[in-house]
Design a protein around this ligand. Structure first.
Ligand code: NDP
Length: 238
């Protein structure tokens, strides 16, 4: 068994989450990797990985997956609440069920991840919670109202939690990226090319580039907390 502590990553089947999973596993961390349809990641063969198909909106399923991983690998030292998707469209044309599910995944999914580990981290006086927010956590946007409202809530959860648990030596990081080249467009049923066209063909960051920044924050000593960072392509003007 690895002597490094357990990292839990939600939304680990694609994009930013998968890239982080590979980086944590390569550094020797046992990982619990979660998504609704997760399958073993070929690059992680022979690593200490537990895969669990869980929807982050289901607190009890998420909690059980974390308990199962902790029984194997010890307590969670880092959780990355990353699971999410983006819907772009007019609110008036969006069914209420879709709006509710988006809020459930993006806000309650983060809260569920936090709730599943915070009591232990607080009691142990050690641990890191990394919430993958978005530039949209500080800017409104007319065609993704639920997404931007949710990310505003994520930033508020991060900031409030830091105020509550920093004194217990729990680090809380809010990561606010934009324009990362992932599968985020697939939920809208469009190709990457169409997604780019809709956004005016901007420059994108690679998930590896964002993951390296997150790894830098994570590797700092426990008493240093980079609380909140915005990460965007340099030439982006929004
Ligand atoms: P991807 O679509 O590439 O990956 C999203 C991941 O989340 C997948 O693994 C997906 O797997 C999982 N997921 C979605 N819904 C759920 C759910 N209900 N329960 C569990 N897992 C779920 O997108 P990104 O990597 O780009 O997105 C990751 C995070 O980064 C999101 O929170 C997003 O808002 C944020 N972000 C992304 C930006 C970008 O430009 N790409 C910019 C700003 C923020 P599955 O379908 O199997 O559940």
């Amino acid at each position: 068994m690895s002597n490094k502590p357990l990292a839990v990553i939600t939304g680990a089947s694609h994009g930013i989450g998968k890239t982080l999973a590979i980086k944590f596993a390569e550094e020797g961390h046992p990982c619990l990797l979660i998504s609704r349809h997760i399958e073993p990641i070929p690059e992680l063969e022979n690593k200490a990985i537990l895969y669990e198909k869980v929807d982050v909106t289901d607190f009890h399923a998420l909690q059980s997956a974390i308990q199962k991983a902790e029984a194997l690998y010890g307590k969670t030292e880092c959780i990355i609440n990353n699971a999410g998707f983006l819907n772009i469209g007019e609110l008036r044309d969006t069914p209420i069920e879709k709006c509710n599910y988006e809020l459930d995944v993006l806000v309650k999914g983060v809260l569920n991840g936090v709730k599943a580990v915070i009591s232990d981290m607080s009691a142990r006086k050690s641990g890191t919670i990394i919430n993958i927010s978005s530039l949209g956590d500080r800017k409104p946007y007319p065609q993704a109202i639920c997404y931007h409202a949710s990310k505003h809530a994520v930033r508020c959860i991060s900031e409030s939690l830091q105020m509550a648990e920093g004194k217990n030596n729990v680090r809380v990081l809010n990561i606010a990226p934009g324009l990362v080249k992932t599968n985020i467009h697939t939920n809208m049923g469009i190709s990457f090319e169409e997604y780019c066209r809709n956004l005016g063909n901007p420059t994108f960051l690679l998930p590896e580039e964002l993951a390296d920044i997150i790894m830098f924050c994570w590797r700092l000593p426990q008493h240093i907390c980079i609380r909140d960072i915005v990460v965007m392509p340099t030439d982006c003007t929004i």
